[in-house]
Structures are given as C-alpha cells and as structure tokens.
Design a protein around this ligand. Sequence first.
Ligand SMILES: [Zn+2]
Length: 396
Amino acid sequence: MDKGKLNYDGLFNLEQPLLKVPAEQLKKAARISQRYVEYVMKEITTEVNKLSKSANSCSPEQATKSLDDMVVRLQKLKRKLDDTKAEEALYVERTKVRLNHLKELMTITSAESPAYLQWCQTRLDRMLVDYMLRHGYTETAAKLAADKGIEALVDLQLFADSRLVEEALDNKNCTECLKWCNDNRSTLDKISSTLEFNLRLQEYIELARCGKKEEAIKYCRKYMIDWQDTHMKLIQQAMAMLAFGPDTQCEPYKELWDESRWDIIIEMFKSDNHALHNLTLQPLLTMTLQAGLAALKTPSCYSDENRTINCPVCAADTFGQLAQDLPCAHHVNSCIVDRLSGVIMDEHNPPMVLPNGYVYSSESLQALAAENHGMVRCERTGENYNIATARKAFIL
Ligand SMILES: [Zn+2]
C-alpha cells in the first residue's frame, strides 16, 4: 500500500453506528406518531358512525357537542404531531451533519495531510465522549462534546435515556425498562430478545420474595403465560421456586432467588439497546486501541525480563491488560529493541554484547560510558565492564 494512502473501507467499517443511531431514533419517532394517529382516527371513526346511526334520534345540541369533541381531539392530535415532527426534524438534521462528517473524509487523499489529522482528532473526541457515556460520566461527556462542538456527532440523548432505565433497574424497578420494551417491541422481536420475559419473571420473583405468593401466581397467569411456547421450562421453575423459598441451596431455584439476577438484567438491557442501534458491544475507543495493540504485541511483552519502555503492550497495568486476549502480531522480520532506550537497533545503532551475554544498543552503551569514565553497568545483572569489552552482536 502507498504510504499515506487512506483505507476508506476500513475507516467506514467502524462508522456504521454513527448513521444507524439517528436512523433508528427517526424510525421509532415515526412509529410512535403513526400509532397515535391510528388510535385517534379509530376513535373518531367510531364516533362518526355512532352519530350517523343516531341521526334521527339525537338532538342538534347533542350532535354539535359530539362534533366539537371530535374537533378538540383532532386539534390535540395536530399539536402532538407538530411535536413529533420537530423531533423527527432533529434526527434528520443529525443524520445530515454525520453524513457531512463522513463525506469530509472522502475529500482527504493523504493520511499525512493536516486535514486528516484534524478529522482524526474529531473522531478521537467522539470516541472519548462515547467511552465516557458508556461508563456513566454523562456530565463530563456532555461538557467535552459542547467544548468541541460535536454534539450532533455523539449520542448524548440516547445514553441519557438508557441511563434512566439502568438506574431504575439498579433500584429494582422494572417499569421504565418494560416501557422501553413496549416502545421497541418490533425491533426486539427481530433480534429474538428475551429481555421482556426476564423483566416479567423478575417482577414475579420480587412479589414472591415479599411473601405475596398468591399475587405472584396471578401475575404469572397474566403476564408470563404468553411466553409458554418458548419459556415453558423457566415458567415451571418459577412456579416450583415458591416451594423452596429464598434461602434454598437447591439449583436452579437458588439462582432464581439470587438478587444478582438484577445485574444480569441490566447487562441484558445494555446489550439489547446496543444491538438495536448497531452500537458495538465494546466502546469504539477500546476496539480501536486493541486494533493498534494487536499490531504491536509480541510474546516477550508479558515477560518481565523483556519488557520494553517504548512498547505500550509492555505496560502491564494499562495497555498490557487491554491486549491480554489479543493474538500476537505476525512479524516477518524480527526487530531488536534496546532495553535501555526503547529504540530499535539497526546498522546505524548496532546491538553490542557484553561479556555476560546481555545485549544493549551501541548508542546506549556509549552514553553510559561517557558518564562513567568508559565503564558501563549491565542493567540486568549490575556487573560493570569497560566499554572496550563489548563486542558487536551479529544476528543470524
Ligand atoms: Zn511489548
């Protein structure tokens, strides 16, 4: 590949959520207003039919009142549609800004141009905001987005809404999340989500935990029975758990009673919410960093003996952890890195071997010798040698 040439496909590959999120929000807003229109129109039609049937029997006053009621309802519908129209316009505008941001990339031809660096800086800011939003640093994220003028490129509202649902679940309350499921039912069905069933199951368990067994059974008949085709086994277990009680050690009932189920539900919600908007499960920042780290990782990064100061993967507490599960990079030619300075040794700065067999770069040894009257100290063993005893190493 030419130096500086941009890999557009690779760059765009990571950007799908950028367009998918406002598109999904737009779809949802349109669906809600459509549902509302259908609901009001159905009511009006019933009302009109009723009125025409009773044309002979009802008084002019009654008919006028009935018509006035309809007008009020239609006016309310109009106001509501005006609101959703404004919301829809916002999502369209956001999509436009995002498309322009991506289009900008197409006008850049070299990875070394200042324009590309500028574009990458904006992308980095976006990733940082996304990372902070996912970890609950909502205010800091909003501040950074405002500071950089990238509010239209990040999903502050989406994460703020999700945060409300997560907080409610954290307080052991399913109402918000059930509402969310209801608003997104068709898409959740498409991804075969079991979130709604698990929420119902959890509400049932909580009723049972309070000792309201009868209410729990009623609840199950009302809300859980619809899932009997797919979740019969769990429904049976839920019934049987009533006989065992919260302190049971017997599985699977112990697991059902366990309060940590709430955390599982929060994770389920997050993963469904991400799937719904095509958001990656991991923050984009983590994925991008991992892509870079995989290119650098070598087997010696994890041996204390061979850590290099200039290699991020060698930093055990930070990037090293992030790269833990990544494969090692495939290096066609091995390169030898100086332990002291972290630079790669080559013919201009050749590797030198000390009498004890350890290798350092010529430049590092010369710098040590200049400070210490021609003597060099081996960093690994502490032995001192005259620099004249170091021999050039030849790598086969
Ligand atoms: Zn390393």
